[in-house]
Design a protein around this ligand. Structure first.
Ligand SMILES: C[S@@+](CC[C@H](N)C(=O)[O-])C[C@H]1O[C@@H](n2cnc3c(N)ncnc32)[C@H](O)[C@@H]1O
Length: 311
């Protein structure tokens, strides 16, 4: 086992746990790894992250994902957002204040649409995600942003159903492409994503039946790193990305930018704010940092990361 960190409290606790289970390990700082070759890595079962702060965790994930010998090594980590939480609470003047949201002015009510979705689907798309997503869908429809909508990572169909219902409620004729294996998570070779492999089992017929009432919905079955090129979506008005992994997120940004998204169109990353979705966060920054012509915003309310392609 390789433990990477700065010898801090969390890493010490990690070492204590490894010792108590008689697991042999070596400890190194991140800077040591860049030049490592096969010889140093030989026999190593996994890399354990001793950092819990997002900047160093993300930097380590990026380093390993692109490393010639570490890319496939299993990468284990635990995010500790406690420090950020304490600072936020001490500075936040609003506490439990509630704000008047534009969704309260909508008819039918997004709350009703969401409640209805729960009569048909297990809750997978959170209410906060949906309330943000609703507003972006409305913005895209009202501003006549050209192109259709695509979801990358549909699982059992909950968020796809909400998008389809919302487009209908907004009177939009846009199509919705739902991309997923509709079987289970693809086998992920990269260490940072490996633990997702073959999770998320889905009954495709069930999804198909539940989405059948929507004539504007097309289910695209298979690994979308293979199916996207042969699916004629045209430049999209909105891409809703909820596919969890570094590999798939990197692929999508490379495939969709710049020509796969219309001017004024959106890429919305569901996974960004999730403490356990480190690979996704690393991929977002690798793909977008320093890229001109994008307006980017993180919603502290939902955890969605929103990117607007300006022209
Ligand atoms: C978190 S779930 C999506 C949840 C869904 N958006 C919802 O809220 O109801 C992630 C899904 O992405 C799928 N996925 C991940 N990578 C994929 C890829 N490369 N091709 C196709 N599907 C993928 C997984 O199989 C899984 O079903």
């Amino acid at each position: 086992m390789l433990s990477v960190g700065d010898g801090g409290e969390f890493q010490q606790a990690l070492h204590g746990a490894l010792r108590s289970h008689h697991v042999p390990f070596r400890a190194h700082a991140m800077a040591d790894l860049a030049a490592w070759t096969d010889a140093e890595v030989k026999g190593m079962a996994a890399v354990m992250c001793g950092y819990t702060d997002p900047p160093r965790m993300t930097a380590l994930a990026r380093l390993l994902a692109n490393h010639p010998v570490f890319a496939d090594a299993r990468f284990e980590y635990a995010s500790g957002l406690d420090a950020e939480h304490v600072v936020f609470r001490s500075l936040d003047e609003y506490g439990d204040t509630w704000f008047v949201s534009p969704v309260l002015l909508e008819s039918p009510s997004p709350y009703d649409l969401y409640e209805e979705s729960l009569t048909k689907f297990e809750q997978k798309c959170g209410l906060r995600d949906y309330l943000d997503l609703y507003q972006w869908l409305k913005t895209v429809v009202e501003n006549d942003i050209p192109g259709d909508v695509a979801e990358f990572g549909s699982y059992k169909g909950h968020s796809g159903y909400l998008i389809a219902r919302t487009l209908g409620a907004l009177g939009s004729a846009k199509r919705l492409y739902m991309f997923d294996t509709f079987e289970s998570f693809p086998v992920e070779p990269l260490g940072v994503d490996h633990f997702w492999s073959e999770t998320h089992e889905v009954d495709f017929e069930d999804v198909r039946t539940k989405l059948a009432p929507f004539s504007n919905v097309q289910l695209v079955k298979g690994d979308f790193t293979e199916t996207l090129a042969s699916t004629a979506t045209g430049p999209l008005a909105l891409a809703y990305i909820d596919c969890d992994s570094y590999r798939a997120t990197r692929f999508l940004f490379d495939a969709l930018l710049p020509d796969g998204i219309s001017a004024g169109g959106l890429l919305i990353c569901e996974d960004y704010g999730h403490p356990a979705l480190l690979g996704n966060r690393a991929a977002v920054h690798e793909s977008l940092d320093g890229r001109p012509g994008l307006l980017r915003f993180f919603s502290q309310f939902s955890g969605l990361y929103i990117t607007v392609k300006l022209t």
